[in-house]
Design a protein around this ligand. Sequence first.
Ligand code: ZN
Length: 231
Amino acid sequence: MKIRQDCLQIRGRLVHFHALLEKDRITLIDGGFLGNPIKRVARVLARHNRSVEEISHIVVSHGHIDHTLSLQKWKEQTNAVILAPEKDRIQIRGEYPYRGLNRLCGYMEGCTRALFRFQPPVIDRWFHPGEKLGLWDDLEVVPFPGHTVGHCGFYSPSRKFLIANDLFSNFLGLTGPPPPWFNIDQKEIRESIVKAAELDISGGVTLNHCRPASAGGHRDDLLKLAKRLRK
Ligand SMILES: [Zn+2]
């Protein structure tokens, strides 16, 4: 679905991801999860008279398997350059030492890796918090730790638009932080949500685990959630 004229949401079974359109190239945020994401992206882009061959970069939001499973396939089947957060390097390799409740996430990831024969992706460039990526005009890395160590959002100052990734979810009328077993630190993810709401997001927000809604709808959900967490 179209979130903005230049941002398409590719809707998947458990997780959605995004294509950012420029005149002469396309950037994907994350690579998609189950059910041949490359074909799905091709279908969505074709509806907008664009093609997979135009994808120049794939930017990874964090190291969870539902964002990394397909990366190596993209690498093998396209010429896209893959960028990822340096702080999630171990997680992207599938070697993160989960602790406490978060071990449930590690268990689920382990099963998924085995079932789908996960290939650790070759990353072309590692990025850091605050870095300007040189994509989509002015895309910046905004660190949103607490979900994983390196989890981040991407912000376009000229569009006042935030790609929040897994910062929060708003399925089935329930808006909240990600479920606790998916986070490494519950306090830190709540702080990240409050911090995100302080950005100028008048151009809207999009995210990965969400209801079908406009950029304004997701922004309003984020602002309400941050207000609730501040109390
Ligand atoms: Zn995640």
